[in-house]
Design a protein around this ligand. Structure first.
Ligand code: OFO
Length: 176
């Protein structure tokens, strides 16, 4: 059985993950509006992945006899100065999420909730990947500068990102 402190903290994290999804979907619309379909595709898949993260916490709470309580989702930003500023904002957001996951790990350790620690270890590892992938794209964008040809090439590269699993279908095997 999950204890109330962890249950409440995980409900808050579900809100953080759904907000992440909403934020990345907003970024997708920013790129759609500029005809940058590769960037938009990449952010739509990122939004889907964040919903998958929310559902990992959801299933964990339900499986351990807790109660999922959904909260209001904050309105995301809708405009950015440039492609680079979108990715810088994303990296900053991921650093915030990493800090949330670390706090949850501290709480689970304090509460001796080893099942939650196991779930959170997956997120600790995931956050290393998330921050690395945004940093890698920022490095490429810094190299590209204002060269349209290079931006076009990055857009094409991002259009090749493969879709993950449906986050709402719990019958599917858990994917990374
Ligand atoms: Fe982007 O990792 Fe979840 O929020």
């Amino acid at each position: 059985m999950i204890n109330k402190k962890i249950n409440d903290a995980f409900n808050q994290q579900i809100n953080e993950e759904i907000f992440s999804s909403y934020l990345y979907l907003s970024m997708a619309t920013y790129f759609d509006n500029q005809g940058m379909t590769g960037f938009s595709h990449w952010f739509r898949l990122q939004a889907q992945e964040e919903m998958f993260h929310a559902m990992k916490f959801y299933h964990h709470i339900v499986e351990r006899g807790g109660r999922v309580l959904l909260k209001a989702i904050q309105k995301p930003e809708i405009n950015w100065e440039s492609t680079l500023s979108v990715f810088k904002a994303s990296l900053k957001h991921e650093q915030h999420i990493s800090s949330c996951i670390n706090d949850l790990m501290d709480l689970s350790t304090k509460e001796k909730d080893y099942a939650s620690r196991s779930l959170l270890q997956w997120f600790v590892d995931e956050q290393v990947e998330e921050e690395a992938s945004f940093t890698e794209i920022i490095d490429k964008l810094n190299l590209a500068g204002k060269q349209g040809q290079m931006l076009y090439m990055i857009d094409r590269e991002l259009s090749a990102r493969q879709a993950g699993i449906n986050p709402f279908d719990s019958s599917q095997p858990e994917a990374e």
